[in-house]
Write a protein of this length. Structure first.
Length: 437
C-alpha cells in the first residue's frame, strides 16, 4: 500500500508558498467594483424560504470506489444535509495528492498511505483530529488496535485514523505437503524450520519449490526479515537509519544466499513466465499479505495460514491507510462526521467486508470479514498479525531514503553485493538524507 512520493515535503511546501503568493498578487490586481451613486432605490422583496442545499464533502482515495458505496448510502440516510462525493485516484496517487496539497486543492477528506500521513502532519497540511475525538462521546479509542491508532501521532497531535489493513502471513499448500510426506508446520516455527521444510518439498527439476522466492525490488518486504531477526530499520524519531546493524546484515544475507542457491526457491530466470507460483501450485509456501486470500479462495488445492516464521522475534509487515482532514477543508465539522462514520464500527465493517480485510477496530474483527465460507483455514491468524506486526515505516524525505535502501537490498538479493559490504554505507547515506529533510 505505501509508495514513494515524487514531491518531497520541502518541494510541496515551496510550491504551496508559490501558489499562495500568486493568489495574493492576483487579488491585489483585481479591480474594485464601486456601488452606483445614482439609480432607483432597491425594492423590498418578500421573504422566500428556500430549502438549504446539502453540504458537499469530497472523499479521495486510491482503492476501488465500490468498497465505499454502501457506507455512503447509510451515511446519507443518517446525515441528509451532507452529500458525499467519492473521488477515486487509482494512478500515481501519491504524486497527485502531494501536487494537490501544493496547490491548496486537496479534497475535504483524503485516505493517504503511511509515509504520507506523517509528511502531511510534519508540514501542517492536515488538522489534529484529537479535539474532534475528545468531543465525540461514542468514539471508543480503546477499541482500536494500538499499532494503527498510535502511528499517526506527532508531538501529541493525531493526524489520521486508519480503517482497514493487510498483514503478512505465511501460506502453505497442504497438497504439496501431503505429496512429499511432510507434516504441516507449527505456529512456533522459525527460519530454520521453514528452510528445512522447503528442502524436503523442493523438486527444482520438476519446477516445484518449497518457497516462491524473495520479492526483489519490494523494499518494504525486506523490512520484516530484519525485524524478525531483532533489528530495526530506523530509530524511533527517524533521525537515523539502522540498516547497517549486524541484525540487518545477517537477516538479508541469510535469505539472499538461499535465493542464489536456487534450490528451495527459484532464480528469477527459473520463475520467469510461470506467474504466481503459489497460486499455480508450484510452490509449497509463500509469505505475503492477506490480500491473497481472495484469489486463494478459488484455488483447486487445500491451503492454510500460519504466522510467519521468526528468528529472534515474532514480527511481520502491516499495510494500511489513514483518513485525514486537510487544513484547507472549509466545513471541518461535516468532514469529521464522515470521517468518524467510516472509521466507526458500522462504516468500517461495511468497508472491510467488501474488501475482505481486517479492520483496525477489534469489535469489527470479531465478525471475521476476511473469512470465506467452506474453507478449513485458521482465520484467527489474520487479526493476530495486527498485534505483533509493524507498519510500513514513514521516514521524512521518503523518496530519497527508500531509493538508497532499495538499491542496496536489490543488489544483495540479486547476488551483486554482500550485505556486510553495502548496507553500512547505504545506512549512512540514508541517515544523511533523513537529517536533510
Amino acid at each position: 500500500m505505501a509508495a514513494d512520493s515524487k514531491i518531497s515535503r520541502r518541494d510541496f511546501l515551496r510550491l504551496a508558498g508559490m501558489t499562495a503568493a500568486s493568489a495574493t498578487v492576483l487579488a491585489a490586481c483585481a479591480p474594485v467594483i464601486q456601488p452606483s451613486a445614482v439609480g432607483p432605490a432597491p425594492q423590498e422583496s418578500p421573504e422566500v424560504s428556500l430549502p438549504k442545499a446539502p453540504v458537499e464533502i469530497v472523499y479521495a482515495f486510491h482503492d476501488p470506489a465500490d468498497f465505499r458505496k454502501e457506507a455512503v448510502e447509510l451515511f446519507s440516510e443518517r446525515f441528509p444535509d451532507i452529500r458525499i462525493t467519492l473521488q477515486q485516484i487509482p494512478d500515481e496517487f501519491p504524486t497527485k495528492i502531494f501536487t494537490m496539497a501544493a496547490a491548496g486543492t486537496l479534497p475535504d477528506v483524503v485516505r493517504v498511505w503511511e509515509p504520507m500521513v506523517l509528511d502531511f502532519g510534519r508540514a501542517n497540511q492536515v488538522i489534529d483530529l484529537q479535539p474532534f475525538i475528545d468531543a465525540q462521546p461514542d468514539f471508543n479509542a480503546e477499541d482500536f488496535l494500538e499499532n494503527f491508532y498510535d502511528f499517526p501521532v506527532i508531538a501529541g497531535k493525531r493526524y489520521g485514523i486508519a480503517d482497514g489493513w493487510n498483514g503478512h502471513v505465511a501460506y502453505y499448500n497442504k497438497d504439496l505437503f501431503d505429496q512429499a510426506g511432510v507434516s504441516y508446520p507449527s505456529e512456533e516455527w522459525d527460519w530454520d524450520d521453514y528452510v528445512a521444510i522447503a528442502r524436503q518439498i523442493s523438486r527444482p527439476e520438476e519446477r516445484i519449490w518449497g518457497d516462491i522466492g524473495l520479492y526483489i525490488g519490494w523494499l518494504h518486504w525486506s523490512h520484516k526479515l530484519v525485524w524478525q531477526n531483532g533489528g530495526r530499520i530506523y530509530n524511533d524519531d527517524y533521525t537515523e537509519c539502522l540498516m547497517g546493524s549486524p541484525e540487518a546484515i545477517e537477516a538479508l544475507q541469510y535469505w539472499a544466499d538461499l535465493q542464489q542457491e536456487a534450490v528451495i526457491m527459484p532464480s528469477p530466470a527459473q520463475a520467469e513466465g510461470l506467474g504466481n507460483l503459489f497460486q499455480a501450485g508450484r510452490a509449497a509456501m509463500q509469505r505475503v499479505g492477506t490480500w491473497e486470500i481472495g484469489a486463494l479462495a478459488e484455488s483447486e488445492f487445500a491451503w492454510d495460514l500460519l504466522p510467519e516464521p521468526k528468528r529472534k522475534e515474532r514480527r511481520t509487515l502491516l499495510h494500511t491507510a489513514f483518513n485525514v482532514i486537510p487544513t484547507t477543508t472549509r466545513d471541518k465539522e461535516s468532514a469529521w462526521k464522515w470521517l468518524n462514520f467510516i472509521v466507526g464500527p458500522e462504516g468500517q465493517y461495511l468497508y472491510v467486508k467488501k474488501n475482505a480485510t481486517p479492520g483496525t477496530r477489534r469489535s469489527v474483527n470479531e465478525k471475521m470479514p476476511w473469512a470465506r465460507e467452506g474453507l478449513d483455514v485458521r482465520w484467527e491468524v489474520v487479526p493476530q498479525a495486527g498485534e505483533y506486526g509493524i507498519l510500513v515505516p514513514a521516514p521524512p524525505n521518503v523518496g530519497e531514503v527508500e531509493k538508497i535502501l532499495g538499491d542496496a537490498v536489490q543488489a544483495i538479493f540479486l547476488g551483486r553485493a554482500k550485505a556486510a559490504d553495502i548496507l553500512p554505507e547505504a545506512a549512512a547515506k540514508a541517515t544523511e538524507a533523513l537529517r536533510q529533510a
